[in-house]
Design a protein around this ligand. Structure first.
Ligand code: THU
Length: 133
């Protein structure tokens, strides 16, 4: 599974976004060490607080299915009214970075952008000196 293929899966996941409040749609696709894929989208809520990001949807789906070993995640985001060809990189929020740190190694790969143009980070780059017990 290449980064570009994973990003394409994230674009497909973004189509399921439930975001009537922000009108900002995010998709993510998580690659497990065993090759399994878990995708997710952001799911908003009228009370705002219960809203969940695409990345955490994907990670929690995987953990709840017994997966704990992750290699990479691809993330795409953009306003609901733009063409998929116009998507710009979206970077994971602080809460999602902390959730990644709970389950992923510092070498976990994070791809932000589109299949044609993306940036690649390690979790250590996006969350240096992370908190842990
Ligand atoms: N969002 C994500 O899905 N992932 C992030 O890393 C940042 C933000 C969502 C949450 C909310 O539904 C919308 O984007 C606007 O903040």
């Amino acid at each position: 599974m290449t980064a570009a293929e994973l990003l394409q899966k994230a674009i497909e996941a973004r189509r399921q976004s439930y975001s009537p409040y922000s009108h900002y749609q995010v998709g993510a696709c998580l690659l497990c060490a065993d090759g399994a894929l878990y995708s997710g989208c952001n799911i908003e809520n009228a009370a705002f607080g219960p809203t969940i990001c695409a990345e955490r949807t994907a990670i929690f789906k995987a953990v709840s299915e017994g997966k704990r070993d992750f290699s990479a995640i691809a993330i795409v985001g953009g306003p609901e009214n733009i063409e998929e060809s116009q998507l710009k990189p979206a970077y994971p929020c602080g809460v999602c970075r902390q959730v990644m740190a709970e389950f992923c190694s510092p070498n976990f790969r994070i791809y932000c952008g589109t299949p044609g143009e993306y940036e690649e980070f390690t979790l250590a780059e996006l969350l240096p000196k992370s908190f842990g017990l």
